[in-house]
Write a protein that binds this ligand. Structure first.
Ligand code: TYM
Length: 340
């Protein structure tokens, strides 16, 4: 890792390998990972243990895990700079999660909005893992002593729990964990569904017209943006409350172009919604084409992808063992004799 990186500062984040990695994940999280990776020591997880809180087809999940890793790299995560880890390759995630669960109250987990939403969506499978999910996420973060966690706005509540658990452990035993700060972008922190702009764009949405997948072909992207729900107004002005569909498109344009919202409004002053839609579709295509090209050039190279995971797991295990041996000692476990 480069010596110019902020000394001893670590960023860490992760994505569940389910559904279709979408433009919401990109502007809310991935794009910022790419920007921040050269400033910090960086660890990016494919969180497969989290993914099985919802029923998955095993053969599909296995493909998805490698596909997500390839998409991280295609988006610009640099394997020479960042550590990329398959969560299940490092058993300490589950071990720390267990210890932290003994410091977490049922009430804290009951308040989690993602649990409430997912319980509604998967009412036939409200399993204990779905309930304790935020504790595993706290373990992901605290295991590597992460200082900064770049995520979208929907993860803020989970991040607060991770901070509370770090502080609780530190004060009950002695300082052990860094207390992580969320990094939530100013624009793009909550990209909304294209057909229903009152709800968040989700990579696991059954209706694919609600999302732009990073691997959608250009004609599909253009069609989905063209059909995005707006309103009967004519001028292009940002108003989240009365014109949520339009606001979502303006905000996406802002995130991808780097222009702030007032500049986007000026840019489209006097133009029709159809112009904004066309320009936005072109901008998304322009952003995604190079990502798709890189993706297609590496996805068949299983050896390359597995070697990245092998190196990632080695680095991660070293850090994870260091944290876990401290944790086990502090909670009062007998330290095992070293194997000869
Ligand atoms: P997940 O897999 O649902 O989403 C991955 C990342 O994408 C962000 N995101 C969005 N940002 C903007 N607009 C949207 N519509 C949108 N949808 C998703 C999410 O905020 C997230 O940053 N629990 C996490 C995964 C996780 C994790 C971690 C994250 C597990 N362990 C440790 C950080 C650190 C999740 O379900 O994200």
């Amino acid at each position: 890792m480069s010596t110019e990186k902020k000394k001893n500062k670590t960023i860490l984040s992760g994505i569940q390998p389910s559904g279709h990695l979408c433009i919401g994940n990109y502007v809310g999280a991935l794009k910022n990972w790419v920007d921040l990776q050269y400033e910090y020591n960086s660890i990016f997880l494919v969180v497969d243990l989290h993914a099985i809180t919802v029923r998955q087809t095993p053969s599909e999940l296995r493909k998805q895990c490698l596909s997500f890793l390839a998409q991280y790299i295609a988006c610009g995560i640099d394997p020479d700079t960042s550590t990329m880890v398959m969560q299940s390759h490092v058993s300490q995630h589950a071990e720390l999660s267990w210890v932290l669960s003994t410091l977490t109250s049922m009430g804290e987990l009951n308040r989690m909005t993602q649990f409430k939403d997912k319980s509604k969506r998967h009412s036939q499978n409200i399993n204990a893992g779905l309930f304790t999910y935020p504790v595993l996420m706290a373990a992901d973060i605290l295991l590597y002593q992460a200082d900064v966690v770049p995520v979208g706005a929907d993860q803020k509540q989970h991040l607060e729990l991770a901070r509370d658990l770090a502080q609780r452990f530190n004060s009950r035993y002695s300082p052990t964990f860094s207390v992580p700060e969320p990094y939530i972008p100013k624009s793009g922190a909550r990209v909304m569904s294209l057909q229903n702009p009152m709800k968040k764009m989700s990579k696991s949405d059954d209706n694919l017209n609600n999302l732009i997948a990073l691997l959608d072909p250009p004609d599909v992207i253009t069609r989905k943006i063209k059909r995005a729900v707006t309103d009967s107004g004519t001028d292009i002005r940002y108003d989240e409350v009365s014109r949520p569909g339009l606001a979502n498109l303006i905000s996406l344009y802002s995130s991808l172009s780097g222009m702030d919202i007032p500049t986007v409004e000026n840019h489209f002053a006097g133009k029709q919604y159809s112009v904004l839609k066309k320009d936005l579709a072109d901008l998304i295509v322009e952003t995604l084409i190079p990502i798709q090209e890189t993706y297609h050039s590496i996805i068949q190279d299983k050896d390359y992808l597995e070697s990245i995971l092998f190196n990632g797991a080695n680095t991660a295990k070293y850090l994870a063992r260091r944290t876990m041996s401290k944790v086990y000692r502090k909670v009062g476990f007998v330290v095992p004799k070293k194997e000869k």
